[in-house]
Write a protein that binds this ligand. Structure first.
Ligand code: TXA
Ligand code: MG
Length: 319
């Protein structure tokens, strides 16, 4: 198993040597490597078993550092960076030549983000390279929101896990870019669209639900727990699986006790931020527990509820 601790110096040394370090962020834990070191990047793809067509996000300590690797040509994206960095926002920006093609899967834009986590920000400030970090989970599986999640799944393949506690947002960053002059959201995430639109006005959604590998990161079969998951009317689903041990994800008032059903309440107070924090750890606990099936109702389609519904749909068992 990997060493776990909060030693930034150790993390820095390992990254400088081209080794892998899991890093905490406010969204999910990342599997970090020196983004300018192709060998280190290759290790990330290998450990994650991630296809090379799926590019990586680079993490920097602020706009100043970002400017070493990417151009800020669009005023609206600049405004978003100024307002929301550090935070759960990833920007797709024209890349500079020093960013290896391996990081961007050959695309001309690089995904950049400044994570809002004290420990990781301190680490990034001390490095003279950006840290490429996909979520620290095997490809296609639920993202980790605690150091122990990383250790369980990838612990024997990485050198160090920087433990920054439980993630405070719990769902991956919102990805934003510009296409044909229009600001587009490519992945719903920890920064609600409403917040973005308050700053720069209407944006369009380019959320891809296909299984087309040319649609990076938007693969439909993603975030999957290791037992089937179905979304729909909860009572109907519970009735359908009456002989199965069911984990039922709920939101708001917990329904009455039902035989064979265990309820996992994302937020009794109907708080969507709290629900986002709990989502992945519930999917994980349910997937690893003594259950046959997970059922869930969609959450309200606003704020972080939209990103939560997106993750649930991608995790849903396809028939
Ligand atoms: O919150 C997050 O964004 C976390 C933490 C660790 O920062 N990272 C994360 O990374 O979720 P990952 O690799 O699991 O998801 C990154 C997504 C992928 O869907 C990828 O396809 C997309 O970002 N992406 C990365 N670079 C891109 C690029 N140049 N153009 C288009 N999409 C890109
Ligand atoms: Mg991921």
């Amino acid at each position: 198993m990997a060493h776990i601790g909060n030693d930034i110096f150790k993390a820095k040394e390992l990254l400088q040597k081209g080794q892998l370090v899991a890093i905490p962020t406010e969204t999910v834990y990342g599997l970090g490597a020196n983004a300018l070191d192709e060998k280190a990047i290759l290790k990330v793809f290998e450990v994650k078993q991630r296809p090379f067509f799926d590019p990586l996000i680079i993490h920097v300590s602020g706009i100043d550092q970002a400017l070493n690797y990417a151009e800020f040509n669009d005023e609206r994206l600049k405004k978003l960076a100024q307002k929301f960095w550090p935070g759960p926002l990833t920007l797709l920006l024209p890349k500079k030549n020093n960013v290896p093609d391996l990081v961007t899967s050959g695309l001309s834009q690089v995904a950049v983000r400044v994570p809002n986590h004290e420990l990781t920000l301190q680490l990034l400030k001390q490095l003279n390279f950006p840290v490429a970090a996909p979520s620290a989970n095997p490809f296609g599986y639920v993202s980790p929101t605690e150091a122990e999640h990383v250790n369980k799944q990838l612990g024997d393949k990485i050198d160090y896990i920087l433990d920054g506690g439980k993630c405070t947002v719990g769902i991956e960053s919102t990805i934003v870019g510009v296409e044909e002059g229009e600001v587009c959201v490519y992945r719903l995430g920890g920064l609600a669209i409403e917040e973005i639109e308050k700053e720069i006005g209407k944006v369009s959604l380019r959320i891809n639900n296909s299984s087309d590998p040319k649609a990076p990161g938007q693969l439909k079969n993603h975030y999957a727990p290791n037992i089937p998951l179905y979304i729909g009317d909860r009572a109907q689903l519970i009735a359908k699986f009456t002989n199965k041990k069911t984990a039922a994800i709920c939101f708001g008032k917990t329904p009455l006790q039902t035989q064979n059903v265990t309820f996992f309440n994302l937020s009794e107070k109907e708080n969507l931020n709290e629900a986002a924090i709990n989502l992945f750890s519930f999917l994980r606990i349910a997937g690893e527990g003594d259950f046959d099936v997970i059922v869930s109702e969609p959450l309200p389609d606003k704020g972080l509820g939209r990103a939560i519904n997106d993750r649930l749909r991608r995790a849903e068992t396809k028939i």
